[in-house]
Design a protein around this ligand. Structure first.
Ligand code: N01
Length: 538
């Protein structure tokens, strides 16, 4: 069948204008494709457009939380702090979009409601909320892994008479906490950032914690001019080391494993890394070894528990804050920017254990747990996301033979390399399920995906192919491989969003590829070298 002649409105539709969508647009446009990006938000930025809550900051260090593909971008942009704050990342992405002249191909405030594949023509028809339909050869999701907010279904929320917010949909106008008694639900990375920022700014802050977490000090500080110059001079080396690493971060570790070290020696390494802060702590040893070796992990977890106890004055509060239900790193490790644990020493901050006494309902004037009622003027839900699949499945995607992606992924997502899913030809998923994504420094994971997809499309164009699909066999093997790797690590010991465990009723499957960005890059490169081994082209 000659599908090559099929009429399309554009060559590629890309959904989302965060890091992924911006670079995908740039790459495909460079290759001469006619590309249109649809973005739900009002500007570029993705995660950093929506997550504007007080304290929002990136846990990856700024000099590596940016694009590496264009040297000019490094030369001209200067980060002000070791970890970039949300407004600075948003400025950066807007600056990149201006420099690369991306805005002209992005339609803002446009939500995609469905996408349907037509096998006759090997094209996708993408439909928007306002009824517009666009026909395209390639359909690329660049929707991020943590984009669809999760709000628990608490009874009574509609009766609440005060203001309430989800951190991922924070309003543009200033929220005044001053005279309010604020209740915050959730102590993940977001809650921890929010609590340490707002503790002391509200009349009273009550934290509702279900599961305690291991927050490691970030040790943020301004970046000095000479330090930044040195980073600039060494960028090639920094990126090379980052790409060759498990987490996409260029941090060295003196010891691969704890083999041959006494417990005191391990603790010495940990103390040194604790002082360095941030993800350098997870690099105390090869991160894969901390995440796989239960004995080493227990020493690390105990080390952090002791630090928490030292920080919190009231022993009962300290014990409530000490995590014992999961090993360090089996959930995404949060960072502490602003003396998180010390916040609980304030008289105007209190902690409620809703694991022991769960939230029963929201009332007109607060929250009722099984033990008590808490009077509150404002509620803040730092309750996370329907991660990894939520934003993709929010679009009604229909592939070959009328099968929807939701049906296909009912028992958990199935992909080959996290890039494509069998039965959905020409649909590429940037940082899709079963790719390293959230277990790594995201911009590097994104760049690798974008470049792989762009190369693949160039390969197809050169050879006159108009259809590519993951084979069922290669997908089965990849899913199996990802599951097996995860089972051999400590991830199964936590109820995390990595496994969909945070959303009631969601199938629980470990979703990111845990084998390391370095190994993953090699696998993808080999697949491409071998004429897209495991994919069917036609
Ligand atoms: O969400 P989370 P997040 N009753 O799912 C609690 C990234 N991020 O927004 O642990 C009571 O981690 C829930 O409790 P439990 C980062 O990858 C990045 O904080 O399920 N509590 C938990 O405490 C991060 O991991 C940056 O028992 C309920 C909290 O809500 C990811 O985003 C900055 C509840 C949700 O924590 C998600 O973090 C910030 C209920 N019914 C975030 N339901 C960067 O640096 C949920 N909770 C880039």
């Amino acid at each position: 069948m000659d599908r090559g002649a099929a009429e399309t409105d554009v060559d590629a539709v890309v959904i989302g204008a965060g890091f992924s969508g911006l670079y995908m647009l740039h790459k495909l446009r460079e290759q001469g494709l006619d590309v249109r990006v649809y973005e739900k938000g009002g500007e570029v930025g993705g995660t950093w457009y929506w997550n504007t809550y007080p304290g929002a900051r990136c846990d990856s260090e700024s000099h590596i939380y940016c694009f590496s593909f264009d040297e000019g971008l490094h030369r001209e942009w200067t980060w002000s702090e070791r970890y970039p704050e949300q407004p600075e990342i948003l400025d950066y992405l807007q600056w990149v979009a201006d420099r690369l002249d991306l805005h002209r191909d992005i339609a803002f405030e446009r939500e995609v409601t469905s996408a349907t594949y037509d096998d006759e023509t090997a094209t996708w028809t993408v439909e928007l909320a306002d009824g517009e339909r666009v026909r395209t050869r390639y359909f690329v999701t660049a929707v991020g892994c943590l984009s669809e907010p999760f709000l628990p279904d608490f009874d009574g929320l509609e009766e609440f008479e005060g203001e309430w917010y989800h951190t991922a949909r924070w309003p543009d106008e200033e929220v005044d906490f001053g005279d309010d008694h604020v209740g915050v639900i959730g102590t993940g990375s977001t809650g921890i950032q929010f609590i340490s920022e707002v503790g002391g700014r509200a009349d009273h802050l009550t934290v509702f914690q279900r599961t305690p977490n291991y927050a490691v000090p970030a040790r943020n500080r301004p970046l000095e001019d000479d330090e930044y110059e040195e980073i600039r001079e060494n960028y090639d080396d920094i990126w090379e080391r980052a790409r060759d690493s498990r987490l996409g971060m260029p941090f060295e570790h003196e010891h691969e494993t704890d083999y041959g070290l006494s417990e005191d020696e391990i603790r010495e390494v940990l103390e040194d890394r604790w002082q360095q802060g941030g993800f350098r702590f997870l690099h105390s040893f090869e991160p894969g070894s901390i995440l796989s070796n239960p004995e080493l992990n227990e020493v690390v977890s105990t080390f952090i528990r002791e630090k928490i106890r030292e920080k919190v004055d009231d022993p009962e509060t300290a014990e409530t804050l000490v995590p014992t239900d999961h090993p360090y790193g089996s959930k995404r490790p949060p960072m502490d920017y602003n003396d998180y644990y010390g916040t609980y020493n304030r008289d105007d901050v209190s902690l409620v254990d809703v694991d022991e006494n769960p939230i029963e309902r929201v009332t007109a004037d607060g929250i009722r747990t099984t033990a008590d009622h808490y009077d509150l003027d404002m509620l803040v839900f730092a309750t996370g996301f329907d991660a990894m699949t939520g934003a993709i499945l929010a679009m009604d995607i229909e592939g070959e033979n009328g099968q929807t992606l939701e049906e296909k992924w009912e028992a958990g997502p199935r992909t080959y390399l996290g890039l494509m899913t069998h039965g959905f030809p020409n649909l590429f998923t940037i940082t899709g399920p079963q790719s390293p994504s959230v277990l790594t420094n995201m911009p590097l994971a994104i760049e690798q995906h974008v470049e792989w997809i762009a190369d693949c499309i160039a390969y197809m164009d050169e050879r006159g192919y108009d259809r590519i699909e993951a084979s069922e066999d290669s997908e089965d093997q990849w899913v199996q491989n990802t599951n097996m790797l995860a089972e051999n690590m400590l991830f199964s010991q936590a109820k995390s969003w990595y496994r969909g465990a945070n959303v009631p009723g969601k199938t629980q499957v470990f979703t990111p590829f845990p084998g390391g960005l370095d190994n993953y890059r090699e696998i993808c490169a080999r697949v491409a070298r071998d004429d897209y081994d495991g994919f069917e082209l036609g």
